[in-house]
Every structure is written in structure tokens, then in C-alpha cells.
Write a protein that binds this ligand. Structure first.
Ligand code: ACO
Length: 428
């Protein structure tokens, strides 16, 4: 293949080198474009064709439906690893040895408390507050309690900050939910694994012991692994771009949480369930909603369908569909909402509009269904996504800082008014 691309503007030719990734993906390196051409830039709203960085963390091929963390397939990781191993892999680049994993887990447990004053902040939020807003604020607030957390040039400081946030984040997640439901704020149990602890902290009632259900532990472990990273998606790009100003780890993560909240990104799992509820309340007519989704004059979209990069199928959705069937079967859940979901899935997969546009159910279509069966309230779904995505955000932030990437600062094509004279107020 050629090693450069040629661009011709008004008869002038410019050459740009091609870069080839380890999976033979090709990128035109336009770093010199603006200088060489005297001011020409590229424009690519939504960055559909723009690589923002080089990264060695996650590979995905949307056409072939491939997703790999550090070279390991998502299918194998979901089957054979647990969430903490995957977190270690994403952040540090290799699967941990038993010794490394034990240390990692012990260090996380050692930091699994938060300053008691965090409770005062939590108390100040109204109960009606959305948990994503609360989680983003509390994550940001951690900066105030642990101000000297990251010196990126010190491996030890970086490790400590990583362990600290992995330890404290699940507590914030659980407390966000407990506060909303008026439950006392609980800590976990050092004898439990990471995921078991999350479940206990979320669900333990004050007047009874919490009994672990291995089916739920396994399903949540898988869900967290499947959400752990997804290369340069909206929230991850937000974390990287916030951190590129050398803002600290915790506040960069807080920006990522805010970006994840929206219904076109992590908020889709909540939106899926709300859509299914709305269809049920409207009589359960899935055909009517299929027609609305296809009507260009109707803003309604079928939540949980389509993906910016997977234009074949979402490999995570395949794994999670199996897990959803297991959880629902094992728990013996019967739920009209699930029947509506299955109906929509079947109709969409056979519908020409969806087939032509390669719109398949994405991971959020099924994750919401599992969370509901587990008894997790709908408004917590996106929070659970954030819990899973945490190691990915950390890994991407760390990579960005270690590569000493420049501050993220896109340009624009200005299409506003050209220069005009100021009008005094009586002349407007
Ligand atoms: N329902 C109906 N039509 C859809 C849907 C949908 N869910 N998704 C895309 N389309 C249509 C668009 O109207 C467009 O049609 P057109 O070509 O006739 O104009 C075509 O499919 C392409 O859609 P785009 O919006 O250009 O695709 P894009 O890649 O920009 O958007 C997105 C991807 C945002 C995920 C979109 O499919 C969507 O809104 N889906 C619903 C929300 C959702 O499930 N989000 C979760 C994403 S996964 C995640 O964040 C983990």
C-alpha cells in the first residue's frame, strides 16, 4: 500500500504520511495540514472519520463485530476473567499474576472507606436528584478530600490514585442509591469480592443479613466487564480531553460521568426501560412504535438499537443476551416488559428499515433488562454503566498522560456574521 496520501486544493498538491495500526487500520496523519496549506482545516462533526489519538488499550472493529481489550477477546474475558482482573489488564496492559492480583485487591480493600464528611454532601442533595448528577458531583468532591492524589510522573502516586478511586467509587455508587431510597449508608465487607461487595452495599437491609446470589454476582461481573472500555466513545473522549488540560484524575472522571449520562450514550439503558414501560402503558402495540421509529417526521427512536461503530452486531449484546436469558430463567422472572422487549427485538431484526441501516440491538437493550430483573432501580442503570466503565476511563486517562498528549482543542469553521458595527440600543 502507498505510504502517503495526496490532497489537491486549487491545483496545489500536499502530501501527508499514512499511519498503520497494529490491526492494519490506516490513518492519514494531517498534523501538518493547517501550516502547510496556510490555514485549511478538516471538518468532521461527531468525529465520524477522525482519530483523536493513538491508543494501545482497546481494539474494536464495528464491521466485523470484534471487541478486544489489550488483545484479548471480550468473549474470552467475559467467560474466564473477573472484573478486577480485567480492570488491571486495561489499566496496566497485562493480565495480573496471582500475586499482582492479590496485592491489587488488598490495596483496594485497604482504601475502601470514604471520608465521613462525604455523607454531609450527599445529605444536601434532594432525594429526587438523578443519581448520575449526584455521582458526578461526589466523584468531583473526592478531589477536595484527597487533593494530592496524582503525580503522573510517579508510578507509585499513580497506582495509589487508581487503587483509591477503584475502592471508593463503588461506595459512592451504592450510597447514591441508598440515599435515594432512604436507607442507611453501609460499608462493604473485606471478606467479599469486589462485585459481591457492590451488591451487598447496594441491597443490604438494616434489619437482615444480605445473602449473595451467585447468579446475580456472575451476571453483574459480566456486565461490568462488557462495559469496562470501548475505546474513544463520548465519555472516554471527554475524560481524555478534560485530562489533557492536566486536570486531575477524579475531576476528569467526573466529566466522563456527565458525558455518559445522556440518552444517546450510557443513558440509553434507562431510556430503553422507560420506552418499554411507555409502550406497555400505551397498550403494548410494538408495531405502532416500530412505525414511529421509521417515521422521519417523528423524533422517536427505538432506544437500545443502533450504534455509532457497530454496523454489524454488538458483540457485547450477544454475550449479554445469553446472560439475560440465564438470569431471567434462574430467577424465574415473568415480566410483561420483557415480552415487549422480545417482540421489538424480533420485529426490528426482520424489518427492512432496520436491516438496511444495520440497526441491531446494542448492549444497553439487554443490560437494562438484566438490571431490572436484579431489582436495580431504573435511574441507577447508567450509574451501573459508570461503575463498569471506570477502569476504561482510568486506563485511557493514564495512557493520555503518559504519552504526554497535547491539550485537546479542536478548531471550527466559522459561519457567523462577519465584522459589523455596534448598534446603540435605540437603533436595534
Ligand atoms: N431508531 C430508529 N432509527 C434509527 C435509530 C434508532 N434507534 N438509530 C439510527 N437510526 C437511523 C437514523 O434515523 C438514520 O436514518 P437515515 O439514514 O434514514 O437518516 C440512520 O439510522 C443512521 O443513524 P445515525 O443517527 O446517523 O447514526 P449514528 O451512528 O450517528 O447514531 C446512535 C448512533 C446515537 C447510537 C443511534 O443509533 C441512536 O440514537 N440509537 C438509540 C440510542 C441508543 O441506543 N444509544 C446507545 C448507544 S450504545 C452505548 O452508548 C453503549
Amino acid at each position: 500500500m502507498a505510504d502517503k496520501a495526496t490532497l489537491e486544493i486549487n491545483g496545489d498538491k500536499y502530501e501527508f504520511p499514512l499511519k498503520v495500526g497494529s490491526e492494519n487500520e490506516v490513518a492519514i496523519d494531517i498534523k501538518t495540514l493547517r501550516n502547510a496549506t496556510g490555514g485549511v482545516i478538516t471538518i468532521d462533526p461527531g468525529y465520524k472519520n477522525t482519530g483523536s489519538c493513538e491508543s494501545a488499550i482497546t481494539f474494536l472493529d464495528g464491521e466485523k463485530g470484534i471487541l478486544r481489550y489489550r488483545g484479548y477477546s471480550i468473549e474470552e474475558l467475559a467467560e474466564k476473567a473477573d472484573f478486577l482482573e480485567v480492570a488491571y489488564l486495561l489499566i496496566f496492559g497485562e493480565l495480573p499474576t496471582q500475586e499482582q492480583l492479590n496485592k491489587f485487591e488488598a490495596d483496594i480493600k485497604d482504601k475502601s472507606v470514604v471520608d465521613d464528611d462525604i455523607k454531609k454532601i450527599l445529605d444536601a442533595f434532594p432525594k429526587a436528584a438523578h443519581p448520575m448528577g449526584v455521582l458526578s458531583s461526589l466523584t468531583s468532591a473526592l478531589t477536595a478530600f484527597y487533593p494530592s492524589s496524582v503525580d503522573v510522573n510517579s508510578e507509585e502516586a499513580m497506582y495509589n490514585a487508581i487503587v483509591r478511586i477503584l475502592a471508593k467509587f463503588p461506595i459512592l455508587v451504592a450510597w447514591t442509591m441508598r440515599k435515594k431510597h432512604g436507607l442507611p449508608l453501609e460499608y462493604g465487607d473485606d471478606n467479599l469480592g469486589y462485585v459481591e461487595n457492590v451488591l451487598k452495599m447496594m441491597f443490604k437491609k438494616p434489619n437482615s443479613e444480605y445473602e449473595q446470589n451467585p447468579i446475580l454476582v456472575n451476571a453483574l461481573d459480566k456486565l461490568l466487564i462488557l462495559h469496562a472500555d470501548h475505546e474513544q466513545n463520548c465519555s472516554t473522549s471527554t475524560v481524555r480531553i478534560a485530562g489533557s488540560s492536566h486536570a486531575g484524575l477524579f475531576v476528569s472522571l467526573a466529566s466522563g460521568i456527565s458525558a455518559l449520562w445522556g440518552p444517546l450514550h450510557g443513558g440509553a439503558n434507562q431510556a430503553v426501560l422507560e420506552m418499554l414501560e411507555a409502550i406497555r402503558e400505551d397498550g403494548g402495540d410494538t408495531k405502532k412504535y416500530m412505525a414511529k421509529a421509521k417515521d422521519k417526521n417523528d423524533p422517536f427512536r427505538l432506544m437500545g438499537f443502533g450504534h455509532r461503530v457497530y454496523k454489524n452486531f454488538d458483540p457485547r449484546a450477544k454475550i449479554i443476551k445469553v446472560a439475560a436469558d440465564e438470569v431471567l430463567g434462574d430467577l424465574g422472572v415473568e415480566d410483561p416488559i420483557l415480552d415487549i422487549a422480545k417482540g421489538l427485538e424480533k420485529e426490528a431484526l426482520e424489518d427492512q428499515y432496520f436491516v438496511d441501516r444495520k440497526l441491531y440491538p446494542n448492549v444497553d437493550f439487554y443490560s437494562g433488562i438484566i438490571y431490572r430483573a436484579m431489582g436495580i432501580p431504573v435511574e441507577m442503570f447508567t450509574v451501573m454503566f459508570a461503575l463498569g466503565r471506570l477502569p476504561g476511563w482510568i486506563a485511557q486517562w493514564r495512557e493520555m498522560r503518559l504519552r504526554n498528549e497535547p491539550i485537546g482543542r479542536p478548531r471550527q469553521l466559522y459561519v457567523g456574521e462577519t465584522h459589523r458595527d455596534f448598534k446603540t440600543i435605540d437603533k436595534r
